[in-house]
Design a protein. Structure first.
Length: 488
C-alpha cells in the first residue's frame, strides 16, 4: 500500500534506547523517523523513572544531612516544613528541562518525530495511530511509515499484582513519583532498587515504611556484605522488613488498604495509607504487532536479539528493556548505539561500522538510596556458586579521612580478584561494590578496571586524590595485594 513517510530507519519508542538510536543513526547520515506515543521524548527514564526519582532523592538526601547538623552545632530549629506542591513543581521542571532538550536535539539532527501509537503491519511498514493530550488519546488519524530497517525500543511497564484493588491508594512507581501526598504508613511491595528508592523519599518526607520481599534479602543482586550495612543504616525508616514473605490479598477499606501476608515474616493483616507495587517490570513486546513483521516474542513479552541487537528478522533490531535484564538506561543507550551503527554500516556499505557489537563484560547497578549501594561484575556469592576462587580486598570507610570528615564513615568498598591457580597471584579484578555516600558516582572506575582487565597492583598503584571517597578503591586493591599503607 501507499506509505505516508519513507525512511532508512524507523525507531519505535522514544526512551533512552530509542532516542539514542535515532540520534546516532541520524549522525551517521541516515534518514530517521522516531515514533513516540507521548508528547515528550525520554521514555520511562526521563519522565517517570531515573530522573524524577533522583530529583526527589537529592532533596531527601539533603534533608537527612541537615537533620544531622544539630549534633555538630548547627541547629536550624524545629522540624522542616514541606510544601509538596513546590517540591512536585521542582521535579516537573527537572523533567521538562531534559525532555525539552531532547526535542531540540531531534530537530537539530532532522529526526522526524511522529507522535502516536506504532504497530507493525509488515516487515517494512509500521502504522502509527496519532495520539494527543497527556493520556495519549487516539485521534483516529493514521499514517504508515515505510522503512528499510527498524529498531524496536518500546520499553517496559510496571507489573501489577492481579488481586490489588483499583484504588488511588495503590500505586506503581509512576504513581509514587506523582507525589500526591505523604502517607503515614506505606507498604512497599518488592525489596528491589525502585521500591527502596521511593521508600527513601517518602520516609524522609515523614512516612513510616513496611517492606515485603519474597526472597531472603533486600536488593537482590547486590553483595550481601554491602546490603547488610545499608539495612543497618536504614533500619530506623522501617517498622517491619518482611523477608521470604508474600502478599496474598488486599482490599480497600475506609481506613486504608488492608493487606494480607503469607510466609516466614508474615504478620496479621495490616492497613496502609499507601501501597507501592514495585514487584518488577514487564516488557512491551506483545503490544506492537511484532507477529505482523515476523518478529518472535517470548511468553513474557521479551524480544531475543544477537550481539548486534538483531531480532530473528534480518532488518529489524531491538534494544533496551524489551530485550531483557538488566532493565537499565545505560544498557539501553549502549545497545542503541550498536543497532544504529550496524544499520548505518549495512546501508552505507561501511564494513567496520557494520561489525559493531554489544560486548560489554559488565553493566553496573546502583541503588540511589542513602547510603547508596553500587555494584558491578561478580559478587562474592556468585563467585562461590560458580566455584571461582577469589581474593577479597575490603576497605572500610571508617579508615577514610574524607568519609570521617563527611560524618559518613559507615561505607565499605569491596573488590574481588581472580585467585585461581592460573592467575599466579596476579588475578584480574572480577567484580566490586561499594556501600556509602556517592557510591554510584564511583562505581564506573571499577567497571573500567574490569573492562581493562586490571589486577590489584594496577588499581592499587594508580594514584587516587587524597582525601576522597574514591581513594577507597585504591586502598581496597592494596588490601587485596597485601601492601596497604595506612593513610587514612
Ligand atoms: P522506555 O524508557 O520504557 O521507553 C519506551 C518508550 O516507548 C516509551 O516512551 C513509550 O511511551 C514508547 N512506546 C512503547 N510502545 C510504543 C508504541 N507502540 N508506539 C509508540 N511509542 C511506544 N535505570 C537506570 O539506569 N538508572 C536509574 O536510576 C533508573 N531509575 C528508575 C526508576 C524508576 C522509578 C523506574 C520505573 C525505572 C528506572 N530505571 C533506571 C530504568 C530505566 O527507566 C529503563 O531501563 C529505561 O527507561 C529503558 O529504556 P527503553 O528505551 O528501553 O524504554
Amino acid at each position: 500500500g501507499a506509505s505516508d513517510l519513507e525512511c532508512d530507519v524507523v525507531v519505535l519508542g522514544g526512551g533512552p534506547g530509542g532516542y539514542s538510536a535515532a540520534f546516532r543513526a541520524a549522525d551517521l547520515g541516515l534518514k530517521v523517523v522516531l515514533i513516540e506515543r507521548y508528547a515528550s521524548l525520554g521514555g520511562v527514564c526521563l519522565n517517570v523513572g531515573c530522573i524524577p526519582s533522583k530529583a526527589l532523592l537529592h532533596v531527601a538526601a539533603v534533608m537527612d544531612e541537615v537533620s544531622h547538623l544539630a549534633a555538630l552545632g548547627i541547629d536550624y530549629g524545629g522540624a522542616p516544613k514541606l510544601d509538596i506542591d513546590k517540591l512536585r513543581a521542582h521535579k516537573e521542571k527537572v523533567i521538562g528541562k531534559l525532555t525539552g532538550g531532547l526535542g531540540a536535539m531531534a530537530k537539530m539532527r532532522k529526526v522526524t518525530v511522529v507522535r502516536g501509537y506504532g504497530s507493525f503491519v509488515g516487515a517494512n511498514h509500521i502504522e502509527v495511530e496519532e495520539t494527543s493530550g497527556t493520556a495519549q488519546e487516539k485521534t483516529g488519524k493514521k499514517q504508515v511509515v515505510q522503512f528499510k530497517r527498524a529498531i524496536i525500543a518500546a520499553g517496559s511497564q510496571a507489573v501489577r499484582l492481579p488481586f490489588m484493588p483499583d484504588d488511588p491508594r495503590v500505586v506503581d512507581s509512576t504513581g509514587a513519583l506523582a507525589l500526591k501526598e505523604v502517607p503515614k504508613r506505606m507498604l512497599i511491595l518488592g525489596g528491589g532498587i525502585i521500591g527502596l528508592e521511593m521508600g527513601t523519599v517518602y520516609s524522609t518526607l515523614g512516612a513510616r515504611l513496611d517492606v515485603v520481599e519474597m526472597l531472603d534479602g533486600l536488593m537482590q543482586g547486590a553483595d550481601r556484605d554491602l546490603v547488610k550495612i545499608w539495612q543497618k543504616m536504614n533500619a530506623p525508616r522501617f517498622d517491619n522488613i518482611m523477608l521470604k514473605t508474600k502478599t496474598v490479598a488486599a482490599k480497600a477499606t475506609d481506613a486504608g488498604i488492608e493487606v494480607s501476608f503469607e510466609g516466614e515474616g508474615a504478620p496479621a493483616p495490616q492497613t496502609y495509607d499507601l501501597v507501592l507495587q514495585a514487584v518488577g517490570r514487564s516488557p512491551n513486546g506483545k503490544k506492537i504487532g511484532a507477529d505482523k513483521a515476523g518478529v518472535s516474542v517470548t511468553d513474557r513479552g521479551f524480544i531475543n536479539v544477537d550481539i548486534q541487537m538483531r531480532t530473528n528478522v534480518a532488518n529489524i533490531f531491538a534494544i533496551g528493556d524489551i530485550v531483557g535484564q538488566p532493565m537499565l538506561a545505560h544498557k539501553a543507550v549502549h545497545e542503541a548505539h550498536v543497532a544504529a551503527e550496524v544499520i548505518a554500516g549495512e546501508l552505507k556499505g561501511d564494513e567496520a561500522l557494520a561489525r559493531s557489537a554489544f560486548n560489554a563484560r559488565v553493566i553496573p547497578s546502583v541503588a540511589y538510596t542513602d547510603p547508596e549501594v553500587a555494584w558491578v561484575g561478580l559478587t562474592e556469592d556468585q563467585a562461590k556458586a560458580q566455584g571461582i576462587k577469589v581474593k577479597k580486598g575490603l576497605f572500610p570507610w571508617n579508615a577514610s579521612g574524607r568519609a570521617i570528615a563527611n560524618g559518613r564513615d559507615e561505607g565499605v568498598t569491596k573488590l574481588l580478584f581472580d585467585d585461581s591457580p592460573e592467575a599466579h597471584g596476579h588475578g584480574k579484578i572480577l567484580g566490586g561494590g561499594m556501600v556509602g555516600t556517592h557510591a554510584g558516582d564511583m562505581i564506573g572506575e571499577i567497571a573500567l578496571a574490569i573492562e581493562m582487565g586490571a589486577d590489584a597492583v594496577d588499581i592499587g598503584k594508580t594514584i587516587h586524590p587524597h582525601p576522597t571517597l574514591g581513594e577507597s578503591i585504591g586502598m581496597a586493591a592494596e588490601v587485596a595485594h597485601g601492601s596497604c599503607t595506612d593513610l587514612p
